[in-house]
Ligand binder design. Structure first.
Ligand SMILES: [Zn+2]
Length: 86
């Protein structure tokens, strides 16, 4: 019926807060903006390295080794700058 089903492969990513693996589309993507600040990549289209976190974890995400490693020390601050409480 739908050609959307042609690929059974679902990209899996690991939440950097709780370590649970989930399908990528169920996670929020974090990326660095031009100011080297960690922001939520709501468009999922920002270039460069990214990290993923569950929707339920985003509000309690603390700076940790996984976050640091995800951005290889390139982030200016290990906090997320644009969390929108929607
Ligand atoms: Zn999580």
């Amino acid at each position: 019926m739908s050609k959307e089903k042609k690929s059974p492969h679902i990209p899996i990513r690991t939440c950097i807060a709780c370590g649970i693996k989930r399908p990528k589309k169920e996670l929020l993507r974090l990326a660095l903006n031009v100011d080297k600040l960690i922001v939520i990549d709501y468009s999922q289209r920002m270039s460069g390295r990214g990290a993923y976190v569950c929707h339920s974890c985003i509000h309690r995400l603390k700076p940790n080794k996984r976050l640091e490693r995800a951005f290889r020390g390139q982030a200016k601050a290990l906090s997320i700058s644009n969390i929108q409480f929607v």
